[in-house]
Design a protein around this ligand. Sequence first.
Ligand code: CAA
Length: 390
Amino acid sequence: MNVGIESISFYSSHYYIDLKTLAERRNLPPEKFYQGIGQEKMAVPPPDEDIVTMAANAGFNALKNIDKGKIDTVLFATESGIDQSKAAGIYVHSLLELPQNCRVVELKQACYSGTGGLQMAFAYVHTYPQRKVLVFTADVARYGLCSAGEPTQGAGAAAMVISAEPKILALDAESGFYTQDVMDFWRPNYRDEALVDGKYSVRVYLKALAESWTDYRQKSGKAFAEFEKFAYHLPFTRMGEKAHLHLAKTVGVQNLTDDQLLAQIRETLIYNRITGNSYAASLYIGLISLLENCPRDLGGKNLGLFSYGSGCVGEFFSGVIQKGYREFLLKEEHKTMLESRTELTCDEYEYFYTFPLPSDGSDFELPRNKTGRFRLAALKDHKRIYERVP
Ligand code: CAA
């Protein structure tokens, strides 16, 4: 039995800042952002957009051709939690009118947790092939104004339906993992911006990749040359390029030039380059970017994926892109969303970034900005009130 992704969609904020604009304000050469880290635009969520509204928008599209009655499990992966107790997925479950005989859980392990959710869904559907699992990954990446991490911020959500009818990607059973207790990136409960040891985090990412690959190779017996394409966690697109060249070097690939190697990941970078880091969602937005932008039909080809979450956990896993997958992509919806975005000035970006939401529990109505189908309308009696956008 094949189990994997039956439907997949993503959503990113309606607003963005061009990194040329940010570079000018920070007195840095724009090439540092455009070439050095490989990012052009960074999604900036307005105050009435958060992980719930972004995930609900991604889920709305992913569920278009799915019988919602079959979904009995919702897994919501995030490191931008909005409550210490209640799972963000319950708000989304309600906004998307999912069946009440359903379990909903929130998962956390930095940018990795969506992959943990995907693997749990894979095992669950193997046991109950009639059922479907909805996996969300959603995050807002924040490092602070003027910090080194600032150009690697962003926001986005992906939603995937995992079932025994994997019209897009059938997952392989074997995967390789790696865990090590390190402090490369973390966010204590009292902060809403991450703390990061940037250069160290890049080194740990690469180590976790090599270790996960070795574990994967031992368990699966699959070789690097069997993969047509690769998709990586993309905190910034240059990281994906560094990672792929590092893996090829570790494996000892000799018959491919750097250009040929980079062609194996090129299309995965397109959407992330203009949305920025979306932590847990970024690997899956990269996957959608590959499937929607590769001019060649990849049906029947092997895909390797690497998920990384600081702290740290890495996992290398794989799947077979399904024949006819293109028919089930939501390319037009994604294109329209990305093309209708609004560019912000640096002042507008800083205004959204520092918007003073009350932290003392006072009631507050949020100003209306352009969001997707859902928005955070108010904070009332210590509760978050979401609404549909008419
Ligand atoms: N023209 C072209 N390139 C330029 C340039 C210019 N004028 N000026 C600098 N560059 C290049 C540099 O040579 C460098 O390239 P290499 O890495 O290939 O050497 C690159 O631009 C970055 O410049 P710096 O080395 O000066 O680095 P920085 O101090 O600006 O920090 C960063 C870069 C560490 C990525 C920082 O943005 C950061 O801390 N980001 C957040 C952490 C992060 O994303 N870590 C990734 C791994 S952890 C992870 O993946 C989990 C997660 O999602 C957070």
